[in-house]
Write a protein that binds this ligand. Structure first.
Ligand code: ZN
Length: 244
């Protein structure tokens, strides 16, 4: 093989060759079980994808979290990818994204979940995607907001634009460290709405990483409906805490 042919081969197969090399230097592992990923797998292995504890909320309108969010936050449609329990590998995956600086985990999961939801009509009529905002100092400290990364993944698949009209006007501490009563009482005044006219008569998809009691979602929904009475809101999250 001549030099020219070798170069052609490198250029043609370059992506795979470099990909394989980077897999040796930075091994790609399943973020749930730690096994090495094979070609075609992203973030998690096929076994962990199949074994994911799904909520299926988007097709079970009578599930308690769905009826609660419909009543408390006036949510029209709701989809959560999987159940969150603190000691599971799936929880570890979300923690790794958050605390070890891996926004690509959120983006990839957002893309994958949106791809699965597309045929169900879940996104029909949705005009804008609005990520649950993070207080600016917290975002500066962490470098990214997981909800925004998930929103990016969903937007890539659906083509629905992202609107950053919701703002965290003051910090709210981590929900999991509070009692259920404290979490429930999170008031709408934590969130403000920029340019409310842009959201007039729109159906927006609120996006968050984990829904626990729904306090944050209810507060966002309240702030949006206070500023824009004609707005309609649906919800998408990667995780929802297990419920009884
Ligand atoms: Zn795995």
């Amino acid at each position: 093989m001549g030099l020219r042919d070798t170069w052609c081969l490198i250029l043609k197969e370059g992506g795979d060759w470099l990909g394989a090399l980077s897999d040796v230097i930075f091994p790609r592992i399943c973020q749930v079980c730690g096994r090495a990923l094979v070609k075609g797998e992203e973030v998690m292995c096929l076994d962990c994808m199949v074994g994911m504890p799904r909520t299926n909320f988007h097709i079970s309108s009578s599930a308690t979290p769905v009826t609660r969010m419909t009543a408390e936050a006036k949510i029209i449609r709701m989809a959560c990818m999987f159940f969150y329990s603190k000691k599971s590998g799936y929880a570890a995956m979300l923690k790794k994204s958050k605390y070890n600086g891996h926004p690509e985990i959120d983006r990839t999961l957002g893309k994958r979940f949106a791809t699965e939801l597309m045929p169900s009509g879940f996104f029909d009529g949705v005009d804008l995607i609005v990520p649950v905002p993070m207080f600016r100092w917290k975002k500066l400290w962490r470098g990214f907001n997981q909800a925004e990364e998930i929103a990016r993944g969903v937007s890539m698949v659906t083509g629905i634009p992202i609107a950053y009209n919701l703002e965290a006007v003051r910090p709210h501490s981590t929900q999991t460290k509070k009692s259920a009563t404290e979490r429930r009482s999170l008031s709408g005044s934590y969130f403000g709405v920029y340019a409310p006219d842009e959201l007039k008569d729109k159906h927006i998809l609120l996006v968050d990483d984990i829904v626990t009691t729904g306090g944050t979602v209810a507060a966002c929904s309240q702030a949006l409906r206070d500023a824009v009475p004609s707005v309609r809101i649906s919800l998408l999250s990667l995780a929802h805490t297990a419920y009884t």
